[in-house]
Design a protein around this ligand. Structure first.
Ligand SMILES: Nc1ncnc2c1ncn2[C@@H]1O[C@H](COP(=O)(O)OP(=O)(O)O)[C@@H](O)[C@H]1O
Ligand SMILES: [Mg+2]
Length: 221
């Protein structure tokens, strides 16, 4: 059975005269890594936001492990239990060290401070940043901040990783390094991964590519 099912998903924003998503459907197996590609404005971020349960579709549904996302409880519960997110910009809190930033998602899970710290250090080691754990985000490079964002997304061992243009803000070699790391860590964790990108070299590293245009899928899924 597919782990993630997107079924006839449509989204129309208020005050928008076209639909951002026009009834798209696809499914993914557990642990599969899919790249969603397409020009700016085609609906990639809208799709990821709906899967993350940040926003609601106008029609259609999303099932995770056979259950509609709404059945997992409040949106924040679904997110904190099931989803890790890597953004284009790292969204690190500037007054907190990398270790504190990486540990932050564990607070919502009720993990104690010592255990949070231990796991943050372990995850920073996993992305080659053990030596940067106690640095503030603005004292490390853009690539290092994005690697820390990967560690933060994975610290809860989420079933789903959503990455929206995760390398968009980096030069191509740093971007590729971050991307490879994200894939390797996600594979180790068995996460199901969706990456929105317009970098085709990066998309080619996924198991499968889904192409979008104007709110529709244009490649076989
Ligand atoms: N909050 C919003 N309110 C109104 N329109 C939006 C909003 N977010 C996105 N859109 C519109 O929805 C369409 C898809 O946008 P988006 O999902 O951001 O595409 P992409 O991530 O592929 O660039 C675009 O036409 C965009 O202008
Ligand atoms: Mg986008």
């Amino acid at each position: 059975m597919p782990f993630l099912i997107v079924d006839q998903l449509s989204k129309k924003y208020p005050n928008d005269n076209t639909n951002a998503l026009k009834g798209i459907s696809f499914s993914m197996l557990k642990g599969e890594i899919v790249a969603v590609v397409g020009p700016s404005g085609c609906g990639k971020s809208t799709l990821l936001n709906l899967i993350e349960y940040l926003d609601l579709p106008t029609s259609g549904k999303i099932l995770v492990n056979g259950k509609p996302v709404g059945d997992y409880g409040p949106a924040h519960t679904f997110r904190s239990k099931m989803v890790g997110f890597v953004f284009q910009y790292h969204h690190m809190v500037s007054g907190m060290t990398l270790a504190e930033n990486v540990a932050a998602p564990l607070i919502a899970q009720g993990v104690g401070k010592l255990e949070r710290r231990r796991r943050a250090l372990e995850h920073l080691e996993n992305v080659g940043l053990g030596h940067r754990a106690h640095f503030l985000p603005n004292l490390v490079s853009g690539g290092e901040r994005q690697r820390a964002a990967v560690a933060r997304a994975l610290i809860t061992s989420p079933s789903i990783i959503l990455a929206d243009e995760p390398t968009g803000n980096l030069d191509s070699s740093a971007g590729e390094a971050v991307f490879k790391l994200m894939l390797a860590q996600s594979r180790l964790n068995g996460s199901t991964v969706i990456i929105a990108t317009h970098n085709l070299a990066i998309a080619a590293m996924a198991d499968r590519i889904i192409q979008m245009r104007d709110g529709e899928l244009i490649s076989p899924v």
